[in-house]
Design a protein around this ligand. Structure first.
Ligand code: NAD
Length: 491
């Protein structure tokens, strides 16, 4: 047995009412290093009573005079200061995330910088939340709207990309004047906790404005999403969990935004720049997070004229990828985040092959020092678009390829999915670009590129990919409610 297995696990505290608390007497949930399969640390499985205390603390901070009277520009300064905290601790945060989630360090470094960019942008938006004025028909009467914060926000985030997905919620929530209770995933909570520790050391915050609880979906997540004082739930995760959240929100009638999964199509037409299409799709489905990305380009639909050449090129490109230890700066994809995820993908690929799918690349666990939950970049040619491998989010390094004949068939196949998060369009025909971007049911569409993003650009999907949008000024407005004020000037 190794020292790591025998030494007591580092136990992370939670943040409630401005205090870091070591909840040693709660059941502890171990988090595992996907590169070795060894435990890294533990977090408490918070009870409904812990959640209640955190929400009550947030509610009282929200109603506190300090926060109610804080100017928008002062709220923005807090969010910008959090961006500085990310940059000042960039290497710690990037390493923590790579070790915890299995995403490669090159990717977590990139996303740490992205996270700071988004927080800074949200900070800048704080004083740009405006209302409207009206001239109503009543004589001498004027009316205007004002946008006020919703109150307590519950931010529930998944294990893939935890810091950035938190920034997408924390930034607008605080910029718009709310208080927040954060629940990271029990699978990779460390980046969120390390970040919040640095925030509380560096940034002066009203007591209880930002709270952190940890735990499983039940009881912790359930208690949070159904809490009567929660006014908005900002959730990123899977569609089945989202359905629980929506049911829970019947208890508090909170606003709910859902950023869920995808099975995003990449449409490659005969006239496409093939090298660009191949590089973009490889990047979208394999690089950085081994396909554990909501926008993964995991469904390649390729026009028949170029199909054999596309298959040859993408198989050759993916075969060159370096699978390795997430802490290795040269690794292009790391392990899957959990052993369960690895088993699920292995089974799904084996079953697809039994149904007649043709394995073009991968389909095995590579030999990598340290053990770990690695899976090779895998490409399958699938005969039917209805096949489970084409319709199910794999959340792993698995690409399904299918041919299509004409544009109409490409659109029909692309839209034949419960999901609708992202789509890639690879063509040099500008008219086709305009036709497709109006017909594809996908909230994020990349033309001759993939995996683009910027703080002003909304993110979100259709159907099982969720509802509501994150990022951009409209998303900040979603953390407010409109109040209409009538003034009778005759009095
Ligand atoms: P998940 O749904 O299992 O968990 C997400 C969070 O919800 C975790 O914090 C979890 O503890 C919590 N949770 C679980 N059950 C709950 C319940 N009953 N009530 C309240 N909270 C509960 O998702 P995951 O496996 O952590 O993440 C992967 C999923 O997230 C994938 O489907 C992926 O596509 C999606 N995702 C979407 C986006 C996006 O922006 N659209 C981004 C990243 C990930």
């Amino acid at each position: 047995m190794t020292a790591a297995k025998t030494a007591p696990l580092r136990r992370y505290p939670v943040l409630i009412g401005g205090e870091w608390r070591d909840l040693a007497d709660r059941p502890q949930i171990a988090s595992w290093n996907p590169a070795t399969g060894e435990p890294l640390y533990s977090v408490p499985d918070c009870s409904a009573a812990d959640v209640d205390e955190a929400v009550a603390a947030a509610h009282s901070a929200f109603l506190g005079e300090d926060w109610q009277s804080a100017a928008p520009v002062a709220r923005g300064a807090i969010v910008r200061a959090m961006a500085d905290v990310v940059l000042e601790n960039a290497e710690l945060l990037a390493e923590t995330e790579a070790r915890d989630s299995g995403k490669v360090i090159a990717e977590t470094r990139r996303f740490t910088a992205v996270c700071a960019d988004y927080l800074r942008a949200f900070g800048e938006m704080a004083d740009k939340i405006t209302g409207d004025t009206f001239t109503p028909p009543q004589k001498g009467v004027t009316a205007f709207t004002r946008r006020v914060p919703v109150g307590v926000v519950a931010a529930i985030v998944p294990w893939n990309n935890p810091l950035w997905l938190l920034a997408l919620k924390l930034g607008p929530a605080i910029a718009a004047g709310n208080a927040i209770v954060i629940k990271p995933s029990e699978i990779a909570a460390a980046p969120v906790i390390e970040f919040l520790r640095k925030v509380t050391e560096k940034v002066a915050l009203p007591k209880g404005l930002i709270n952190l609880v940890t735990g499983h979906g039940a009881p912790c997540g359930e208690a949070l999403s159904s809490h009567p004082l929660v006014a908005k739930i900002a959730f990123t995760g899977g569609p089945e969990t989202a359905r629980h959240i929506v049911r829970n929100s019947a208890a508090n009638l909170a606003d709910v935004s859902l950023e869920l999964g995808g099975k995003s199509p990449a449409l490659v037409f005969d006239d496409a720049n093939l090298d660009n299409a191949v590089a973009s799709i490889v990047s979208g489905v394999f690089l950085g997070s081994a396909g554990q990305s909501c926008v993964a380009s995991s469904r390649a639909l390729v026009q028949r004229g170029i199909y054999p050449e596309f298959v040859r090129r993408i198989t050759a490109a993916a075969a060159q990828l370096r699978v390795g230890d997430p802490m290795d700066a040269g690794a292009q994809l790391g392990p899957l985040a959990t052993a369960a995820q690895l088993n699920r993908i292995e089974t799904a690929v084996a079953q697809a092959v039994q149904r007649g799918g043709r394995l073009l690349l991968g389909g095995k666990r590579p030999e990598i020092a340290g053990g770990g939950w690695y899976y090779q970049p895998t490409i399958l040619e699938i005969g039917s678009h209805d096949d489970a491998l084409v319709q199910t989010e794999m959340f792993g390094p698995v690409l399904a390829i299918l041919p299509f004949g004409d544009e109409a068939e490409a659109v029909a196949l692309a839209n034949a999915s419960r999901f609708g998060l992202a789509a890639g369009i690879f063509t040099t025909n500008v008219g086709r670009v305009h036709r497709l971007t109006t017909r594809l049911r996908a909230g994020i569409q990349y033309v001759n590129c993939y995996r683009m993003g910027a703080p002003m650009a909304p993110i979100g999907g259709f159907g099982d990919s969720g509802k509501g949008r994150e990022a951009g000024i409209d998303a900040v407005r979603d953390y407010t409610k409109t109040v209409t004020v009538w003034i009778d000037t005759n009095v």
